[in-house]
Design a binder for this molecule. Structure first.
Ligand SMILES: Nc1nc2c(ncn2[C@@H]2O[C@H](COP(=O)(O)OP(=O)(O)OP(=O)(O)O)[C@@H](O)[C@H]2O)c(=O)[nH]1
Ligand SMILES: [Mg+2]
Length: 335
């Protein structure tokens, strides 16, 4: 299951400022020595891995990025200002690849990690630096070093933030189809989904998030029953789980049983999986039989936040989305 986000951008470090040619001009000192300052260093291009970003979508628009040039040196030995660095925040796990050769430059694998891709040009030395016993009045200074331009391919293997789990036939694939552009097969029999599929879910503001539709889990999954452990392993990396439950079944006790079965499997496989934040979602509320069952389920778990939806008609999906956004802590960037 590969799902790769990519973008190609051009980045440029800052030019070094040029060195200055200047001589002291003071009253009563007719021939002052050289006092031209050095140019400032150009800004570096720095990539920084941050945990708040999940996709590369911002780089679909921002394709040319540049650090600031260094200031030129000035008289009275004043050094030019250093050019501001360009710090580019990218999601943790982004690969930096040379777009021309295809070579991997760097894998930014941990949050907070920084990598200087291109150093800014050095500032040129001012003429004050070139004063010697034989040349007391040098009339030259160095130019600043030129910056460099790189074409970089950013590549990110998307990891799901949200895992959608539940018994076979609960409607997991229907749900991911309703909220993303993923189109897994949907059918009214168990084990329709054999491999997970990922969908990117765009919000009206801020970062999109990624959900994975996981094949149905059954009792004994932790020991390899059904499609088993492979997929439990996959959801270990997600941040939250949507626990989807079919409430259209005729037996009103079935949803609670389903809920307990899945949670037991999570726990038996790995306790940390059982401790992951879970949004309990009752699906198929469009069905006649569901109303009583929904009440029954809710009263059995009075302390839980339970959301009722119809993945088929879309009812309740907006409030599910905002609940997910809240839990993931996605910030509103629209203001
Ligand atoms: N009435 C109704 N039917 C639904 C709803 N959501 C899903 N279904 C139906 O339930 C059946 C199973 O849906 P899927 O999305 O394939 O279920 P799944 O959980 O992905 O199943 P597996 O991949 O086998 O684990 C299909 O016939 C869907 O059309 C809903 O909200 N209302
Ligand atoms: Mg499915």
């Amino acid at each position: 299951m590969k799902f790769i986000d990519e973008a190609i951008i051009t980045v440029k470090s800052g030019d070094g400022g040029r060195g200055c040619i200047s001589f002291k001009r003071e009253k009563f000192i007719p021939r002052g020595g050289p006092d031209g300052g050095d140019g400032g260093k150009g800004g570096d291009v720095i990539f920084r891995a941050v945990s708040g970003k999940r996709t590369l979508y911002q780089f679909k628009r921002q394709k040319n990025l540049k650090a600031k040039n260094g200031g030129h040196g000035q008289g009275k030995n004043r050094t030019g200002k250093k050019g501001a660095d360009l710090v580019i925040d990218i999601p943790v796990g982004t690969l930096l690849i040379d777009a021309e050769t295809g070579n991997l430059i760097k894998d930014l694998a941990t949050a907070g990690e920084k990598f200087i891709l291109a150093a800014g040009g050095r500032g040129g030395q001012g003429n004050a630096r070139f004063k010697t016993s034989t040349n007391r009045a040098p009339r030259f200074a160095q130019p600043g070093e030129h910056s460099k331009t790189y074409s970089i391919k950013l590549e990110l293997k998307l990891l799901a933030d949200v895992g959608i789990i539940g018994l076979p036939n609960a409607g997991k694939s229907t749900l991911i189809s309703a909220i993303s552009s993923a189109r897994p097969k949907i059918a009214g029999y168990p084990f329709t989904t054999l491999t997970p599929s990922l969908g990117v879910i765009h919000t009206d503001w801020g970062e999109p998030f990624i959900a994975a539709d996981i094949p149905g889990l059954i009792e004994g999954a932790h020991k390899g029953q059904g499609l088993g452990i492979r997929f439990l392993k996959h959801i270990e990396r997600t941040r939250i789980l949507i626990h989807l439950i079919d409430i259209s079944e005729l037996d009103p006790a079935a949803p609670l049983k389903a809920y307990n079965t899945i949670n037991t499997e999570l726990f038996l496989y790995n306790q940390s999986l059982a401790g992951k934040p879970q949004i309990v979602v009752l699906n198929k509320i469009d069905m006649q039989s569901s109303a009583d069952t929904e009440l029954k389920f809710k009263s059995a778990l009075p302390d839980k936040t339970i959301i009722a939806i119809s993945a088929l008609t879309g009812k309740g999906i907006d409030s599910l989305k905002s609940q997910i956004i809240n839990l993931l802590g996605i910030e509103d960037e629209s203001q």
